[in-house]
Design a protein around this ligand. Structure first.
Ligand code: GDP
Ligand code: MG
Length: 292
């Protein structure tokens, strides 16, 4: 029987959410450790073993949307909250509230399992941890309280087992090899699509498709390679513009927004391809593409 589910980790900044996610995801996902330091908007981290797929997710509230994408992104954020199968709320032994009280109130009303983690117990003492447990038992009666140290990986294995036991039967949501999901790529292509809408006449935006081909997060820069697919050769010329000035403008505008969205510097490549036979002929089409 395969089990799966969405586990949403929330908590105040610096409580150890990223550290916990990495501890739970294990060495297989050490890449995410590096990413977490440079990316403010990491959304999913996926745990896979033979019988389980757990889709961990950082606080959707941290997404700071920009411009026209704002509504979509907020909807996505709220959706992620609603979609949680298990809620993890993290607190340090000293903390007694969340920066946004609304979150705590909605967690109190949740009918899904809520795990309240008291993190950083390695830097605390028994009395302080016991006080925290006493406080949260009263404050959040629907929560199961688990003291952990994400940093020292104390109790994180049993936490993972507890999560597995709380999950319901279900198929994997993502490829079993997947470590993260597609939303960042998705938003990158949406941002480019928005710039195409702004820069070209009506029929062009509706005949294009934007695909993110590669997305590499390095310590100081994220390198993104994208393709704008058009239906006809003539449209390719229009997208590129005289001496490439139109595609260049799209690239500059998109890059600025993507940098804001990801919270990191971005190197953005945009290729333009005719989509007719691109699947069969991808390499040869690439050489006709425009590289910014
Ligand atoms: P986030 O903002 O909630 O994602 O927090 P991070 O995971 O980035 O951690 C913030 C800081 O707390 C980092 O310096 C971590 O090393 C530290 N930290 C996280 N978990 C623990 C823990 O269990 N014990 C101690 N002592 N420090 C921790
Ligand atoms: Mg973090």
């Amino acid at each position: 029987m395969h089990k799966s589910g969405f586990v949403n980790i929330i908590g105040n900044p610096n409580v150890g959410k990223s550290t916990l996610m990495n501890a739970l995801l294990g060495e297989k996902l050490s890449i995410i450790t590096a990413k977490a330091q440079t990316t403010r908007h990491r959304i999913f981290g996926i745990f896979n073993d033979e019988e389980t797929q757990i889709v961990f997710s950082d606080t959707p509230g941290i997404i700071k949307p920009h411009y026209g994408l704002q509504t979509n992104m907020m909807q996505f954020a709220e959706e992620t909250l609603r979609d949680a199968d298990i809620m993890i709320l993290m607190m340090t032994p000293k903390e007694r509230k969340l920066k946004d009280e609304k979150f705590l109130n909605s967690i109190k009303k949740m009918e899904i399992p809520v795990l309240l983690l008291i993190n950083k117990i390695d830097a605390s003492d028994q009395v302080e941890v016991e006080n925290a447990v006493d406080f949260w038992q009263v404050e959040l009666p629907n929560a199961e309280i688990i003291p952990v140290s994400a940093l020292e990986k104390f109790n994180t294995d049993s936490l993972l087992n507890r999560i597995k036991s709380l999950l319901s039967e279900g198929p994997p949501y993502f490829d079993k090899e997947a470590l993260t999901d597609k939303p960042e790529r998705f938003f990158v292509s949406e941002i480019i699509r928005e710039k195409i809408l702004l820069n070209y006449q009506k029929e062009i935006p509706y005949s294009v498709e934007v695909e993110v081909e590669s997305f590499k997060e390095e310590p100081n820069i994220t390198k993104i390679s994208t393709v704008i697919y058009v239906a006809r050769n003539s449209q390719k010329g229009i997208i590129i513009g005289h001496k490439g000035k139109d595609i260049k403008r799209v690239g500059i505008q998109a890059r600025k927004d993507i940098e804001k969205f990801l919270g990191t510097k971005v190197f953005l490549e945009i290729f333009v391809k005719v989509s007719k036979n691109w699947r069969d002929n991808e390499k040869s089409l690439r050489k006709f593409g425009y590289q910014q």
